[in-house]
Every structure is written in C-alpha cells, then in structure tokens.
Design a protein around this ligand. Structure first.
Ligand SMILES: Cc1cc2nc3c(=O)[nH]c(=O)nc-3n(C[C@H](O)[C@H](O)[C@H](O)COP(=O)(O)O)c2cc1C
Length: 399
C-alpha cells in the first residue's frame, strides 16, 4: 500500500473505535491515510484521536472557514486512490445510496470518482431492514464493494449479523484491491461501446437503446487495473473514464474504420458496442417529408461486420465479442464465436427485464474458445467487467 492515498471514512457507529486500530494497521502498510468523519462520528471518537494518529488534519466539518475556502471535499477526492468507509452506519449508507450530502463524509463520497469499499456495522434489526438492504443493493449496482459484517454478539447484546468485519479481513480486502490494481499493466486494450447512429436524412437515424455502460465499465476497470486503454464509442451520455484514449464516432462505418486503425497495435479487443446491422442504402440530403397518409419505404443495406473484418487481420490478439439476443442465445453465441474466430463471447438475453440495455446490471453467459459455457449471476456491469478482465488476462497470457 506504499504511497497509496486512502480516505478512511468513519461514521457514527459504536464500532468507530475500531477505526482507530484500522488506521494504525493501514499506516503500518505505509498507506497515506486521510481521515474523514461523518456528522456524528465525533460523538464516538474525537477528531483529535484520529488527527494525532494519522498526523494529518481530520476532515470533519463541512462548514468550516479553513476547509471551505479550500473546497476540501473536492481536493481530497481528487487525490485519493480508494475510499474505505468503516464503519458505515445505516444512516451514512442511506445518504450514499441516495445522493444526500449534508456532512463532510457524504460530500466527499459524491465528489469522489474512484473505487469505494464499505464495511457496514449496525444492530441486526437495522441490518435486516428492507430500506438498508435496498440502499446496499443500490450501491452494489453502482460498483461499490462491500465487506460484509460478521455474525456474533453485538454491542446491543443481541446476536446476529451486523458486527463490523474483522479488521484483518478489511485489511486483506484493501490489500487485494491494490494488488489487483496493476495486474493488466503492459496490456493494450481496445474497447468499443455504445450504439451507432445510421443516418436516414439530416435529422433522422436508426439506432438502438444501448447506453454504453458495459463498454465504459470495461474501459474504466481496465484502466484502473493498469492497462493502456483505447475506447471507441458511439453516441452516449456517459463521461469517458479518465486516462483512456477516447475516440468518438457515430456510424458503424466510422467505428469500423477506427477499429481497423487501432486493432493492430492492441493485445485485446473487447467489442461491446451495439453496432447497427443495417444502414440506409441512400442518405437523403434533405429531411424526408411526410406526405399525407402515404407510407415510406426505406431500403436498408448491411453495415460492415466489424468482428468479421477483424478476424481477417487478427494475429495474437485476444478478441471478445458480445451477443445480445432475444432468442436461441447460446446457439447464436456459439455460431458467432466460431465464424468470427473469437476467444470469448459474452451472451446476454436482452428480452429479460431489468438487465441488458440501459440497466446498471446485467446477467450474462460466457462462452470461451473451447466452447465451455459459464452462466454468471445477475450483477453490476462493473463486476462483470472485472470478471471479463480476469478471463482476458489469463487467456491473453496463454497466447
Ligand atoms: C450508542 C449508539 C450506538 C450506535 N451504533 C450504531 C451502529 O453501530 N450502527 C449504526 O448504523 N448506527 C448506530 N447508531 C445510530 C447512529 O449513530 C445514528 O443513526 C446517527 O445519526 C448516524 O450518524 P452518521 O450519519 O454520522 O453516521 C448508534 C447510536 C447510538 C446512540
């Protein structure tokens, strides 16, 4: 953890005293630790204790002349490699899940763009409360990692789940987060994302509802794990992850040209874009006019099949395709895998509710080049991205 900037965020639970020991453990690992306290955490452990041990000013007051002038929540967020919330109270979890920002901790969380880990601790009744469960699910679906509480005797003298995870477990999770951090160093990964727009006239186009979230998640996680990343994206509302070489395009033809240019320099291609299969045979120069009740016939021609084009120039690269289908999912995925010389295909049934296009979650099936089929449970696209990157890493190494 040497030179890693960790924000240790402490909220107002009885386990706050354990955060003092956690701070010492992180510092022993040579991490740079910045303490942030929630509004009420100081009721349990004083800022002075944390300040003396961390040897840094503790950030605990949102409205403070010194820290406000410096926009402290923004400054700390800019420099941190990881935000670890331990212990996280039910109240702090609720704020984080719902975008509320009324104290130092919750403001910092909203401003922070990097990885977040949460170790909750609370009474077992609170832990089982549906509102708390829903907040946790929301945060998980956005890629926040949880270090689950343990079962045992709680401060309120009841038994059950809710006790802060063992400090060694928390330390181990933080350690493995940073170990994983640069495991893709040296790999050049090309990712495509989003839909394409195939114009019909100056104002209309054919497209699909792809949000680009899956591809952006792959690009973001690959970058975080040390890869050199090129992201080619069709039109989306997403902000490109920092540090990736971003190339925007609109049509399938433009995307194909960019992929052809970038592919030879890359080790891996993750083709998660939902590329349009058809484009207008003739692009009208003027807006097509509506003529009373008369219909309009559009002649469509197939677009370039980017993965087929790639298969012709593929050498040592590891190529991952996506198959979004509404029927015969595995059969279609297998056909695509074979015909396009893919190393891995990610198949998803886009007719299932709550997953696929637009959603933060997905439920996919992976099929590798040995035609081994692996069904993954429903999970956040960020988590799927990491599983994919694990597979890519071992596959690309074998090549
Ligand atoms: C003695 C005592 C212990 C508490 N322990 C916990 C706890 O372990 N977990 C929790 O979620 N809330 C706990 N609470 C309730 C929180 O302190 C309360 O919800 C508070 O508003 C949370 O503030 P925060 O948003 O600054 O975390 C406790 C309250 C008291 C009085």
């Amino acid at each position: 953890m040497k030179n890693k900037n960790i924000v240790l965020a402490v909220s107002a639970g009885i386990a706050a005293y354990k955060a003092v020991e956690l701070l010492r453990m992180l510092m022993k690992e040579e991490a740079e630790v910045q303490i942030v306290l929630s509004a009420n955490a100081g009721e349990f452990v004083t800022p002075l204790t944390f300040e003396a041990l961390s040897r840094k000013p503790v950030y605990h007051q949102l409205f403070n002349l010194e820290s406000s002038a410096d926009m402290k929540h923004i400054r700390i967020a800019e420099n941190a490699d990881l935000m670890l919330v331990a212990p996280a109270t039910a109240s702090t979890l609720g704020k984080m899940a719902n975008g509320l920002a009324d104290d130092a901790l919750s403001n910092l969380y909203l401003a922070f763009k990097g990885p977040v880990m949460i170790a909750p601790a609370m009474n077992e009744g609170m832990w089982r409360n549906l509102a708390v469960k829903e907040n946790i699910e929301k945060l998980k679906s956005r890629g926040v990692k949880f270090i689950e509480p343990e079962e045992g005797e709680l401060a309120c003298k009841t038994n059950g789940p809710g006790r802060l995870a063992n400090l060694d477990t928390i330390l181990e999770r933080v350690n493995s987060h940073f170990k994983q951090f640069h495991d893709l160093h040296g790999l050049r990964i090309l990712v495509t994302a989003g839909p394409t727009h195939e114009p019909l006239d100056p104002v209309r186009f054919i497209s699909n509802p792809s949000s680009g979230k899956m591809g952006y998640a792959v690009a973001e996680q690959a970058k975080a794990r040390g890869a050199e990343v090129v992201l080619i994206s069709g039109p989306t509302h997403l902000k490109p992850p920092t540090g990736v070489d971003f190339k925007a395009c609109k049509t399938a033809g433009e995307m194909n040209n960019l992929v052809q240019q970038c592919f030879p320099q890359c080790d891996v291609l993750v083709m998660s874009a939902a590329v349009g299969d058809f484009t207008a045979e003739k692009l009208e120069k003027e807006k097509i006019k509506k003529r009373g009740k008369e219909g309009q016939t559009l002649n469509l021609v197939p677009t370039k099949d980017i993965l087929m084009e790639v298969s012709k120039i593929k050498t040592q690269q590891f190529v991952v395709g996506f198959a979004a289908e509404t029927q015969n999912l595995i059969q279609s995925a297998l056909e695509k895998l074979r015909s396009k010389r893919l190393d891995l295909i990610v198949a998803n049934d886009i007719s299932a509710p709550g997953i696929g296009f637009q959603s933060d979650n997905n439920q996919v099936t992976l099929v590798d080049s040995n035609e081994q089929v692996e069904n993954l449970p429903r999970m956040a696209k960020q988590e799927i991205a990491n599983i994919l990157l694990d597979k890519i890493l071992s596959g690309a190494r074998e090549k």
